[in-house]
Design a protein around this ligand. Sequence first.
Ligand SMILES: [Zn+2]
Length: 270
Amino acid sequence: MPELPEMERYRIFLEQQLIDRTVRDIEINRDKSVNLDANDFIQQIKGQQITAVHRRAKHLIFLLTSGKQLLLHLMLGGWMYYGGDADSPDRTKQVILTLGDRKLYFIGLRLGYLHLLSEPELQERLEKLGPEPFSPQFESLAFTERLSFKKGSLKSVLVNQEFISGIGNCYSDEICFDAGIRPSVKADKVTGEQAAKLYHSIKFVLSSAIKLGGYMDHPMFKGDALTGTYNTHCYVYDREGEPCTRCGSVIVKVEISSKKSFYCPGCQYE
Ligand SMILES: [Zn+2]
């Protein structure tokens, strides 16, 4: 599932491409991907301009001139492609937005969705989300304190969107590796020193991953050479049986709170 860095890559690119573009047409091939009757959805969006592209946690939000907003969550398996019919991927597209001579294709939206919401509806949908890792609200001392009250493993706390938003299975493991802490440790047993390391690692790993284009397998547009570069930069995620680049020990895979998790037993401590 795309996490904060993948969605931020989409946001940066789509903001450059879509601002002030008019939605000329909409094709809905899967009614369940949208929240309104298809005709109503199309009617409310056709002719609208996109005035901004925001990200909150793993969502993207497209602002329209009407004041309504499109809330996108790609969930597991969803992705987007920006281009034309000649170069678009040979895949089923659940929703297609035509913007001038280009199209934005939404692909693999099985659990993912594109919902048209008013501002209050949007706020309600997002209100339970925890702080954004790069916002001023995500503050080191508060993070340490909140962590000390959490039950369960560090892994399950890091992927808890109400605790902190945007982190999923891959980056939670990479963050724990960077901080030298096992993802299986109980959150309330994490020391102040470890929490300070984690706080730093959250920002460092996520910002590095944004710069490296995240881990999405699919390019965003024709000639896109950056998206997915982070795949080859993972230190532990999906590297079971491979040597640790830091200490040479073999990376192991375990199950924590029914989530697969990877870590190095040689240099990640309890
Ligand atoms: Zn190691």
